[in-house]
Design a protein around this ligand. Sequence first.
Ligand SMILES: C[S@@+](CC[C@H](N)C(=O)[O-])C[C@H]1O[C@@H](n2cnc3c(N)ncnc32)[C@H](O)[C@@H]1O
Length: 235
Amino acid sequence: MSEAILNELDIDQFRSAFSKYTIQAFKKLPNLDKPRILDIGCGSGVPTMELAKLSDGEIIGIDIDQDSLDRLKKKIEKAGLTNRVKAINCNLLDIQFPDNSFDIIWAEGTLTTLGVEKSLRTWKRLLKSRGFMVIHDETKHFFKHRDKVNRWGYDFIEHFSLPENAWWEEYYKPLEIKLQELLKKYANDKAALKALEIHQNEVDIVKASPKSFQSVFCIMQKLEKEIEDELFQII
Ligand SMILES: C[S@@+](CC[C@H](N)C(=O)[O-])C[C@H]1O[C@@H](n2cnc3c(N)ncnc32)[C@H](O)[C@@H]1O
């Protein structure tokens, strides 16, 4: 039953309001011919599907939440993109692709598991030389580290912040309206209420302090090995 409720809630329709920022970030990259893109912590793939529309490359989304991956797989099939978009169950703590596999790593909302420094240091090996790392995360988690990324093997290319109230105005506020409607509709259904309340609790946290949830897109580029070695005088 709760799965039917979550389908009715359709979180992706609210997440899609942020696709314009994914597009804005992608357009800041140079044109790459058939790039290989790894979307780390892809969830149900709102950004993954956007990347598939924006590029002619191969996009691999990884996540550990099989329900989300199944939703993404359905979208890939519906869009007829099974030849170049994949949804794979893979833990971001143990990504098995070979070194230098990707032109772009995309990571929206997925830095917290490993932390900022460890994420950037660990995932760097997966990028080709001069490959791009695109991060979208809470400003308070990530932004204070921007001066250190050079030490971690990247050039910091550029960033843009989402409007201060974007998460509240464009995501949580419309989500709350839908939640209230469903909470009323399923007032006598315990399982439905339980599933909806998880989302309402998240809404309440953001509502209490909307400005503390500002997020930022940052674009970095992996340093060439020689430049990195030179910077740290290893050779
Ligand atoms: C905030 S959501 C972001 C989803 C998607 N990137 C987006 O922007 O809509 C974080 C995602 O990271 C995934 N995640 C959390 N821990 C993970 C892990 N250890 N390995 C892979 N994915 C993980 C969650 O399942 C979730 O889908």
